[in-house]
Design a protein around this ligand. Structure first.
Ligand code: GLU
Length: 287
């Protein structure tokens, strides 16, 4: 059992945006909460989660820094940019491979959909990120997997979550609202740890960097609460410390839906251009 981490010492918090769009009220809320949680004596860090080279843009990263500065937030340097640290994530994948709990998955999206549809009558188990991977490549003979890898067939590394969870025993983390939470990473099925297109995944890079940066309190939106089940398992597998967690409610748009990067009118840029002050936008983001 993980004891509730003591936050008697100043907290180390972080804001970890993906530069795939402009900051909006929802992402501003995440930044403001993380900065506030660090308090005057703590450390507020900024991490650019840009492993998805297809969707991330340097213009958005620059805009994020500019908007945060306009909001009057200050963070400690250096900013960690994940795309500069693929070697770290490859090292972590190597450590996980050595445990025998990773397997190469050659399935395309279409293969996975076909497999799920073919399991007629079987309940289509839905995980937090969509249908659970049916495990097609989990039982692939080692010789076949090696031959396909040697032939240059694209593959992702997946974690055998059921075996990993069994090997690690009961795991817990401490959440500001939910209290002690028992980790149930199996809700995701076998998650991708190293993507086909990029040698990392959100779960791996985020967990690795939170530990590397010495983050003691992870604050983030409630939509990422389920991810913490997987992050806790990865911490156990990689022998990393477990920070405390605080998942905050999301900003809701006028139509009652979660605010997204499509709500152009609520980007910080648009609000600034329409004459809002940083104080007003801070209040809107936190209301
Ligand atoms: N990069 C993630 C996002 O922009 C946030 C990751 C996190 O806070 O753990 O949604």
């Amino acid at each position: 059992m993980t004891p509730a981490p003591s936050l008697a010492t100043p907290a180390v918090t972080r804001f970890a945006p993906s530069p795939t769009g402009f900051l909006h009220l929802g992402t501003a809320r995440a930044a403001l909460i993380a900065a506030k949680a660090a308090g005057p004596d703590g450390h507020f860090l900024l991490r650019i989660e840009d492993i998805d080279r297809g969707r991330c843009r340097i213009e958005f990263e620059q805009a994020i820094l500019e908007d945060l500065t306009w909001l009057d937030l200050r963070w400690e340097t250096p900013v960690r940019r994940q795309s500069e640290h693929f070697a770290d994530y490859a090292g972590a994948i190597g450590t996980l491979r050595a445990t025998g709990l990773l397997y190469p998955c050659f399935c395309t999206r279409a293969d996975i959909q076909r497999e799920i549809a073919a399991a007629d009558g079987a309940p289509h188990l839905l995980g937090p990120d969509g249908p659970i991977y049916p495990g097609t490549c989990r039982g692939l003979a080692a010789a076949e997997a090696s031959a396909r890898m040697a032939a240059g067939q694209p593959f992702a590394w997946r974690l055998d979550v059921a075996r990993a969870a069994a090997a690690m025993g009961q795991l817990h983390w401490h959440d500001a609202d939910a209290g002690t939470v028992r980790a149930t990473p199996e809700i995701f099925g076998d998650v991708v740890i190293g993507r086909k297109d990029t040698p990392a995944s959100y779960h791996l890079a985020c967990t690795w960097d939170d530990a590397l940066q010495g983050v003691t309190l992870v604050t983030r939106g409630i939509e990422l609460f389920p991810s913490t089940h997987i992050h806790r398992l990865l911490q156990a597998l990689l022998d990393l410390p477990t920070p405390a967690y605080a998942h905050h409610p999301l900003v809701i748009a006028a139509d009652g839906k979660k605010l997204s990067k499509r709500d152009a009118a609520l980007t910080l840029r648009a609000l600034r251009e329409s004459g809002h002050t940083p104080e007003q936008v801070r209040a809107m983001a936190l209301s």
